[in-house]
Design a protein. Sequence first.
Length: 319
Amino acid sequence: MKIKQRVILAGAGHANIAALRLLSKNLPDAEFVLVNDGEKAWYTGALPALIRGDIPPEQAYIDAGRLAKTCGARFIDAKFLGFDSNWARLSEGEPVHFDFLAISTGASLDGGVKPIGEFLRRLERWAQMPRPDIAILGGGAAAIELALALRIRLSKKARITIMASGTILDGAPKPVRQAVFKHLNAAKIPVLPKMPLMMDEVLRAYTPEPVLRVRETLQLESQENVFATGDCALFPTKLPRSGAIAVRQGRTLAANLRRALAGQPLRPFSPPRHTLAILSLTASTATAWYGNHSWTGRLAMALKTNRDSAWLTVGEPPS
Ligand SMILES: Cc1cc2nc3c(=O)[nH]c(=O)nc-3n(C[C@H](O)[C@H](O)[C@H](O)COP(=O)(O)OP(=O)(O)OC[C@H]3O[C@@H](n4cnc5c(N)ncnc54)[C@H](O)[C@@H]3O)c2cc1C
């Protein structure tokens, strides 16, 4: 009997989820194994709505076990610890042999929002404090969304400050930055270049530099049967760290895994010139931009809600 090749997808990051969904439409003759550190693959795009209390936790994650089953893969609930040659080390059980490995474990840093389960417990603690004093470090979309969502969740009792060393939302069109500053001012969230003294809590809302160097084909520089995508992968050219880019990489990953299994040459990932970014400002308003085009209002929020719920629907293909 011919032994099937085994593909391990380590981490239910955006790219691995997108790749698995695409591959499942015509699953190659191989064994697919999804490894995630828990059944809940939290979706950061829905985190602001969860913080605001607009959605329950069940609407902010993908059930990784169910996703694997729906897509014809095996699920292992364990932490991926690394690999030696063609063996993946997991927190549970013996090392698992692979023919191909795709790592999509994201990036986390101490005091950040990931793992999201831990951040939600921290949020509960803030909600119990009489007057929490929170500094959010970072000047990107995540820092702004988190600050505005925390203002709604913690009401006026909290002191919330954004601390950013450079320009806020660098590269976003002017109307987007104007809309953001208008909402930050109304929510009494100052943006400071330096951390104020005496903060109770610091929330890091930026992505650390990835450590896994990849080629244009998303294969590791150091081992060609191992792929890495999303926030844990350092691509040869500078890429924004976003779920949108990771989902695009998922398409290339799916195609390249299919080709690698068939012994065919791989294709490079071509980063898009622009991706659509949508930043929620309130429960009903968002600001969206694509290159130099932007719009702010309820329609942008409706689009975000629609896209988020499509992504979170287990059987849904990536948009
Ligand atoms: C508040 C906020 C809002 C954001 N909103 C958007 C948005 O609207 N649009 C957008 O494009 N980007 C958004 N981003 C950025 C986006 O979240 C990240 O760039 C995106 O999550 C890419 O991460 P990833 O797919 O690489 O991994 P992740 O989404 O972090 O997924 C990694 C997965 O791997 C699992 N995992 C981690 N370590 C291990 C391990 N050792 N073993 C096994 N499993 C493991 C995790 O549990 C998780 O399921 C937002 C970020 C934040 C903080």
